[in-house]
Design a protein around this ligand. Structure first.
Ligand code: IDP
Ligand code: MG
Length: 137
């Protein structure tokens, strides 16, 4: 089933010059670019994106991280795009993510783990509306 999902190449990906490397993995898999923008977000936008996590202990440093510099927000489309992106991203903790995944190959951190991918079609719809209101369907 064709789906859309919201992907972030987080500020560590931009700072480390890994945007091309990471985007090329999604493109090589066969996912299509629907929208893409380099953007620096403020804490209000971070709170909206991470609404389910704002009360967690790890959230304040996560908010500092995602607002620390430009990131690349992307909408990708393809067959089962939500789950496919999360498989390509790998486990949250880069130290534990499997080799072959983006985090497993390129991240050594539980926080600075390079990428975000929506965790369900419902989250994808909410996140796409937040990041790209013009795309809402
Ligand atoms: P996900 O990005 O794999 O869906 P979530 O549990 O939704 O993981 O957490 C959102 C983000 O918060 C993670 O990608 C990571 O950057 C950060 N994070 C999650 N858990 C921790 C933690 O225990 N320590 C530090 N950062 C964390
Ligand atoms: Mg998540």
């Amino acid at each position: 089933m064709t789906q859309r999902t919201l992907v972030l190449l987080k500020p560590d990906a931009v700072k480390r010059g890994l945007v091309g490397e990471i985007l090329s993995r999604f493109e090589a898999k066969g996912l299509s670019l629907v929208a893409m923008e380099l953007r620096t977000i403020d804490s209000t936008h971070s709170d909206g994106h991470y609404a389910e996590h704002v009360e967690r202990d790890f959230y304040p440093p996560l908010r500092d991280f995602v607002t620390s510099g430009p990131l690349v927000a992307v909408v990708l489309e393809g067959d089962e795009a939500v789950d496919v992106v999360r498989l390509l991203n790998g486990a949250t903790d880069g130290r534990k993510a499997l080799p072959g995944t983006i985090r497993g190959d390129l991240s050594l951190s539980n926080r600075e783990n390079l990428v975000h991918g929506s965790d369900s079609p419902e989250s994808a719809a909410r996140e796409i509306a937040l990041w790209f209101p013009g795309l809402a369907d």
